[in-house]
Design a protein around this ligand. Structure first.
Ligand SMILES: Cc1cc2nc3c(=O)[nH]c(=O)nc-3n(C[C@H](O)[C@H](O)[C@H](O)COP(=O)(O)O)c2cc1C
Length: 351
């Protein structure tokens, strides 16, 4: 194991694995630097990057490097890679260590056709020996306990690979296993099978992290208590409400999260914009806000008008005006079709 964390010392900080230390999940297109910083300000104890292609790093694909952006406040950070070629992992990882990255995750759960087609993501469950050789290559470079593996139950019902895969990954030196207990073929359909989490906790000696259907603080507290996992990873729950981390911590400690509040939500959106502007150009920042804000406001009555106007908003002043007009205490108080369900505004065509 090479220790070259001096390039960016914050990256050596170990991600905590305790129930009161919730993680932000890897989220392609979402868990970028500004969103991670926002989630950290709201209680995320560790964050994962978006998935980064090992091949993209090898071939210096445009955009891949940008996904590695980080700042000293962005810690502890886990860099998620995807790739199904052990030699490529062995080639690119020393460079990542030189940049200071110390903690890694391998994406073995993504079910997007583009990723699966190349044998990566959830397709790795169909070739366990190869998956293990990729895992060993990563552990060889990063060191034992420094790499986590994020997986699903298997490819499809009848192909339950999770138990054997997890045990073999543990033997290979995995630091933790994250399980999203659905099959790859399910996408986001059906329910996450939390029972499998409990079984995995019993089978392994390394920490298990829960992912799957953790939409609210209450879901996550229930999941930790029912399954005994080391901690939880918020994904869509955080995309809808970055304050879910603080809410979860409060609830776990026996407190009550505060009720939704217009001023607090406006402050959160303004802060997100500020962070996005600090780390990208104005146009990029506003385009990003167009993907996040509709999620943040989805439970507010009259949201359709706001979402329609946001769809074409590329102007900071207009965004501010829209927030002032639509996010009022009165709008929060109205009882007009509050959407507390788990539907996904954009269908979640991802893993
Ligand atoms: C938009 C989106 C992007 C995602 N990107 C990744 C990714 O890059 N890597 C990964 O391992 N999982 C990814 N996931 C899966 C999540 O990390 C998580 O496992 C999944 O959403 C289940 O948790 P949830 O039901 O609480 O949302 C993504 C999910 C969504 C919705």
């Amino acid at each position: 194991m090479t220790d070259t964390a001096s390039a960016a010392p914050h990256l050596s900080l170990a991600p905590p694995l305790r129930a009161d230390a919730p993680w932000l999940a890897p989220l392609a297109g979402y868990s970028d630097l500004p969103f991670r910083l926002l989630c950290r300000e709201h209680g995320a104890a560790a964050c994962c990057t978006e998935m980064v292609s090992a091949k993209g790093l090898l071939y210096h694909s445009p955009g891949t490097r940008d996904l590695l952006a980080s700042t000293p406040e962005d810690a502890p950070l886990v860099l998620q890679l995807f790739g199904a070629d052990a030699d490529i992992m062995r080639t690119v990882m020393p460079g990542l260590l030189e940049q200071g990255f110390c903690w890694f995750d391998l994406n073995m759960g993504c079910s997007v056709p583009k990723v699966v087609k190349t044998g990566c993501g959830s397709a790795m469950s169909r070739n366990m020996d190869n998956a293990l050789s990729v895992a060993r290559a990563m552990v060889e470079v990063a060191g034992e306990g420094r790499v986590g593996f994020k997986m699903r139950l298997g490819w499809q019902a009848g192909e339950e690979t999770w138990r054997e895969m997890a045990l073999r990954l543990q033997d290979a030196g995995a630091g933790w296993i994250t399980l999203h207990p659905r099959f790859a073929r399910q996408g986001f359909g059906g329910e996450a099978r939390w029972n499998a989490l409990r079984e995995l906790v019993a089978a392994l000696s390394i920490p298990v992290i829960a992912s799957g259907d953790l939409f609210t603080a209450a879901d996550a507290v229930r999941c930790v208590r029912e399954t005994g996992v080391a901690t939880v990873m918020f994904a869509r729950g955080a995309m809808n409400n970055p304050a879910v981390f603080d809410e979860y911590r409060a609830l776990l400690a026996g407190g009550q999260p505060p009720p939704p509040d217009a001023d607090r939500l406006k402050a959160l959106i303004r802060r997100h914009l500020e962070l996005a502007l600090a780390h990208s150009g104005e146009r990029t920042a506003l385009l990003k806000m167009r993907t996040f804000v509709p999620r943040y406001v989805r439970h507010i009555p009259g949201v359709r008008a706001l979402r329609n106007r946001l769809a074409s908003c590329l102007d900071r002043d207009l965004l501010e005006e829209l927030l002032e007009t639509h996010l009022t205490a009165q709008a929060f108080a109205e009882d007009g079709g509050v959407d507390q369900t788990t539907t996904n505004p954009d269908g979640e065509a991802r893993p």
